[in-house]
Design a protein around this ligand. Structure first.
Ligand code: CP
Length: 308
């Protein structure tokens, strides 16, 4: 495993290895094997959780971190991402963590770069967010032990969600009972390539749910002409304590990748009550999962800098 660009490329065994190592990092019972390696964080889209947790994870492993500023880099003079990354490799960078609004750019650039630098996809457009799915899976296992047969309901802007795509890919491998709930204009156009039950009605969707994962409406990717007002969305799709209590399983786990829009997809009171704390635990687990990812990739990845 040299790269993490998509969950689809990982076997169940590789996923479980990452989860196991993350558990050890959380319990303080694993040592970094990648001290002194160098990681460049290349974020072309805004981020709080992913960027900070990759930086904290790299630093906890004793790796060096470069916060690559896209706006002030030579990309603004027309240099391609491929050329930039090849130069970073020759400067001594072992891995690049990339977030970008273009779906597929991480995998496409990886295929063009000639040198053994590791690529990590930190979210590319609506395509994939593999480290998010891994930390979500870690949190689900920590809370429930197994996802096999569990009813996992993903609610919200599924159409534009890289988190939904990566979670579906991962949860399908482990036998979860996947349900998707959204208005038609925020649903996947094609659901034939995976097994999931599609809902429009929120109450039906969350009935007896073991895990409810909420998604933000991604205003930055919306075609405005098809989106009705937020009040209508809130009326039909906002999840609050009363709704969860009435319809979901008594031990339901509430998740959200963040950032959450209070009082749109989730009520403020639910976010601030005990059940909402899992969302912060997801963010915390992200540090340990990203330590495991970086340790695994940097150990198994680039070895020969200054290749001729
Ligand atoms: N979940 C997630 O990707 O959050 P950020 O956009 O803050 O990184």
């Amino acid at each position: 495993m040299k790269h993490l660009t998509d969950i689809e490329h990982l076997s169940k065994e590789e996923i479980l290895e990452i989860i196991d190592l993350a558990k050890k990092f959380k319990a303080n019972s694993a040592q970094s094997e990648v001290g002194g390696k160098t990681v460049a964080l290349m974020f072309y889209e805004n981020s709080t959780r992913t960027r900070c947790s990759f930086e904290i994870a790299a630093k906890k492993l004793g790796a060096n971190v470069i916060n690559f500023e896209a706006k002030s880099s030579s990309l603004s003079k027309g240099e391609s991402l491929k050329d930039t990354i090849e130069n970073l490799y020759y400067l001594g960078v072992d891995a690049v963590v990339i977030r970008h609004s273009l779906a597929g750019i991480v995998e496409n650039t990886r295929a063009q770069v000639k040198y053994p630098i590791s690529f990590i996809n930190a979210g590319d457009g609506s395509h994939a967010h593999p480290s998010q799915a891994l930390l979500d899976f870690y949190t689900m296992l920590e809370k429930t032990g197994s996802v096999e047969g569990k009813k996992v309901v993903i609610v919200g802007d599924i159409k534009h969600s890289r988190v939904a795509r990566s979670n579906i890919a991962l949860l399908s491998k482990f036998g979860a009972d996947i349900h998707l709930c959204s208005p038609e204009y925020l649903a996947f156009e094609n659901t034939e390539c995976f097994k999931a039950t599609v809902h429009r009605d929120l109450k039906t969707a969350i009935k007896d749910a073991d895990i409810v994962m909420l998604l933000r409406v991604q205003n930055e990717r919306l075609e405005y002409e098809v989106f009705p007002d937020s009040f209508e969305y809130k009326r039909l799709y906002e999840v609050d304590s009363k709704l969860l209590k009435e319809y979901a399983s008594p031990n339901v786990i509430l998740m959200h990748p963040g950032p959450a829009n209070r009082n749109i997809e989730v009520s403020s009171e639910l976010l601030d009550n005990k059940i909402g704390r899992t969302i912060l635990e997801q963010a915390q687990n992200g540090v340990f999962v990203r330590m495991a990812i970086l340790n695994k990739l940097l150990k198994e990845g680039s070895e020969a800098h200054y290749a001729s």
